[in-house]
Each structure stands twice: as C-alpha cells, then as structure tokens.
Design a protein around this ligand. Structure first.
Ligand code: NAD
Length: 370
C-alpha cells in the first residue's frame, strides 16, 4: 500500500482532542500515513507572533493534503480568521460539505443526502472592510453619494461583497463535475439575485451559462436563499447538490448539519487545484475544550473524505461504515448525540471511548472480510 504524507494541524479548543482520535481511527484502517504535524491557532500568537506560521502554509503546499482541527477566531476584534487566510493563501476555492443522515443520531430528519458546494474565497469573506469612522469608510460613503449609488449613514462600518465571473464560474463548474462524477442528478444554485443584482445577479447569470454546458447530463435549478432555507426544513429530499456563494454556503451548511444531528457529525473539505485541506464544519467549541467529551465523528467523516481524495476508497467506506455501526448500536455515543436522543447527556461516553468503539468496529469488519 502506498505511503501518504499528510499534514496534520491539530488546531486549538477541542481540535487536539478530536484530531488525536481521528489519527488513531485512520491508522486503524490500515492505510499507511506519515503524519507531519504543523501548528495553527491563537496559542501561537505569543511565541510565533502569528496564529498561522509560514511553516504551516509551506507544509500544506509541500504535502498537498492536510487535515485539521478547528481554530478559534476572536469575534469583532483581533486577528482575522486563520481558516479564511489558509483558504485564500492556497486558493482552496471549493468548500465541500456533505450533509447526510446517519442512523441512531435522533436527528429530526432521516433521509437527508445533500452535498453543499460553497465558494470559499470571495463574497463577504474577502476581508475588504472599513471600520466605522475610518478614512476608508468616509471615502466610500462620499463616493457612493457623488456617484448617485445611494446614501450610507456616516456612522456605518462597511464590508465589501465581491463576486467575480472567474470565481463563480469555477465553483459552479466544480459542482457540476462533482455531480457527474458521483452520480448526482441535480445542481441548485442558491442566491439573492432579486436584491443584490450585481453580485448575486452575476453569480446566477454565470451559473445559468455553465448549466447549459451540462444540459441533458445534470439538471439545473436556481433558488433564492431565504426560500431555500424554508424548502430545506419542509422537504430536504428535494435537494441534491447545492452551489452557493461563500456566506450563504456557510449558513446553509450549518442548517443542514442541524437537520442531520448537529455540528458534531458534519464533515467538510477545502479543495483547490494544487492542495486540499480537510476540516469539519464545526469550530473549536472552547467551552468543551480539554474535557475529552467532544464528538470526533465530524473529524472522522472528514478523514473519510480525505481517504477518498488520497485514492483509498475502501478505507474511506470502511471508516464511514464503522461510524454508522457505532451510532446505530447506540451504546457508546458522545454527549451531543445522547442529548438529542434522550434529552440528557447521562450515559454518554467521551471522545476516546467513542474512537475505541469505532476502531473495534473496523477490526471486526476486517476480521469478517479476512
Ligand atoms: P462551534 O462549532 O465551535 O460550537 C458551537 C457549539 O456546537 C458548541 O458549543 C457545541 O455545543 C457544539 N459542537 C461543535 N462541535 C462539536 C463537537 N465536535 N462535539 C460536540 N459538540 C460540538 O461554533 P462557535 O462557538 O460559533 O465557534 C467557536 C470558535 O470556533 C470561534 O472562534 C469560531 O470562529 C471558530 N470556528 C472555527 C472553524 C474552523 O476552524 N474551521 C469553523 C467554525 C468556527
């Protein structure tokens, strides 16, 4: 079996706990991986002067595949998001977030099978912002007034939302190619083009152009984001692959995660032309950090996406099957799943015990097949 070298970024908060569990489980699949540890997170600010050292970016570039735990981003003030910086630096323009039902989660919906394809580099995440009262904000307010583009209150903070033809075309194409490669039938482009005519309007126009190239092979529809949220809650079965600009993708993927059992089980991947960084949808959940109770399922399912990407589809499938089996059995689940199922966390197990149960399933399946 080929030896893969993967950059492992444990992150902070619950990151080190869930990535440790993930590593044990992936090693138990039998795939030979050399893990190269690289750091990112606010704990590096003092020692390194930055939460995202250049050495970490270089390691991902070198190995081309990384898997990470979450990292904390201060709200409102402080350094900008490490995740956003990494995605931009490596041009990881696709954020793939599958949301599918698993047995035994007690989730509200049982037959969800949606793939979210979120644009990862543009939109309100471009980081082009002007603080209230700054010369930049004043300049933009003045320009809009003079150009007749509209009046903005002088005490406004301003965030710019750029959506480009280039960025929109490549993400919509990626969604269609994914649909074709994975036997999916329909792509839905989600937008608010009725209000944001020059940004979301552009996204929709480009999506329609790209859809024409796939006519007869993959169906296409478009929906407005607010109606999409209502449609998801009423009848998620009507959705297949969804492609969205960055912010809607972020929000709608959390909504979908909630429908199938919460953030503890929602996997994800950031994919570019050169590299891929695999990470769960959830954040660093600081209030649970260091307690050994976080659910590693999202990180495990994220690892299965990574194994597929590495050309190890059997190990990827075995990992998902093992997770399914443990959840279906229902005896050893983490606090979040136990609470959905019973309304209480009593009887739940910790991160490591859950990982042990998944490993035991992998070994059992291995013996059955052996
Ligand atoms: P969060 O996802 O960290 O946590 C929200 C809640 O979801 C938690 O309080 C917890 O109840 C539950 N949860 C999340 N992951 C869980 C798990 N594995 N097991 C069990 N329960 C889990 O969201 P937040 O509180 O809004 O963000 C915390 C920090 O994480 C912020 O600094 C944010 O910027 C950052 N963040 C990082 C990433 C990333 O690194 N990719 C993604 C999202 C948020």
């Amino acid at each position: 079996m080929a030896l893969h070298t993967v950059t492992l970024i444990p992150g902070d908060g619950i990151g080190p706990e869930i990535t440790k569990a993930m590593r044990r489980v992936v090693d138990a699949t039998g795939v030979a991986i050399e893990w190269e540890i690289a750091e990112a997170g606010e704990h590096l600010l003092k020692s390194e002067g930055t939460p995202l050292p250049q050495a970490t970016i270089d390691a991902v570039r070198r190995n081309k595949v990384a898997i990470k735990g979450p990292v904390t981003t201060p709200v409102g003030t402080g350094f900008r998001s490490i995740n956003v910086a990494l995605r931009k630096e490596l041009d990881l323009y696709t954020n793939l977030r599958p949301a599918f039902s698993l047995p035994g989660t007690g989730a509200r919906y049982e037959d969800v099978d949606i793939v979210i394809v979120r644009e990862n580099t543009e939109d309100l995440y471009a980081g082009v912002e002007f603080e209230e009262g700054s010369p930049g904000a004043a300049g933009i307010i003045d320009y809009c007034e003079r150009a007749g583009a509209g009046t903005i209150r002088p005490d406004s903070g301003i965030s710019i939302k750029p959506l480009s033809v280039t960025g929109s075309r490549r993400i919509v194409k990626w969604a269609f190619e994914y649909a074709l490669a994975n036997g999916r039938k329909r792509v839905c482009a989600v937008h608010k083009a009725n209000i944001q005519k020059f940004s979301d309007g552009l996204f929709l126009r480009v999506a329609r152009e790209v859809a024409e190239e796939y006519e007869g092979r993959v169906e296409f529809e478009d929906r407005i984001v607010d109606a999409t949220c209502m449609g998801l809650v009423l009848d998620p079965g009507q959705f297949d692959v969804m492609v969205l600009p960055n912010l809607y993708g972020d929000i709608v993927s959390d909504l979908c995660a909630g429908m199938v059992g919460g953030l503890g089980i929602a996997p994800g991947a950031n994919i570019g032309e050169q590299c891929a960084v695999f990470e769960p949808v959830h954040g660093s959940a600081p209030k649970h950090a260091g307690k050994g109770i976080a659910n590693p399922t999202a990180e495990l399912l994220t690892a299965s996406l990574m194994l597929r990407h590495l050309g190890e589809p059997d190990a990827a499938a075995a990992l998902v099957d093992a997770v399914r089996a443990v959840l279906a059995e229902g005896e050893q689940v983490t606090y979040d799943i136990q609470r959905i199922k019973t309304g209480s966390t009593e009887g739940s197990v910790g991160t490591e015990a859950y990982a042990d149960a998944v490993i035991a399933q992998l070994q059992k399946k291995g013996q059955d097949h052996g």
